[in-house]
Design a protein around this ligand. Structure first.
Ligand SMILES: [Zn+2]
Length: 79
């Protein structure tokens, strides 16, 4: 077998997981959490995703909203 494109499944560390972003990631976080933010488009199926500082700040902004809701009393999403 030729070994080509193996990096697609394992070595995708050096690129942000956001679709069409392709920047150098600064943070990695669980895919579930990133998807919950609703602001990111994350192709692939790895359990962790990498985000560059830009995409991470998008994610962060969205979680801030959630956090406000959570601090109102109900805390359904926080596990
Ligand atoms: Zn990015």
């Amino acid at each position: 077998m030729k070994h080509r494109e193996i990096s697609l499944s394992t070595g995708g560390k050096d690129v942000c997981s956001q679709r069409d972003c392709g920047k150098t990631p600064k943070r990695s976080l669980p895919r579930k959490r990133a998807e919950k933010s609703g602001v990111l488009d994350l192709p692939g199926s790895s359990r962790k995703v990498n985000l560059c500082s830009e995409c991470y700040s998008l994610y962060k902004k969205s979680t801030k909203k959630n956090r406000t809701l959570e601090s109102l009393g109900t805390n359904p999403a926080y596990r």
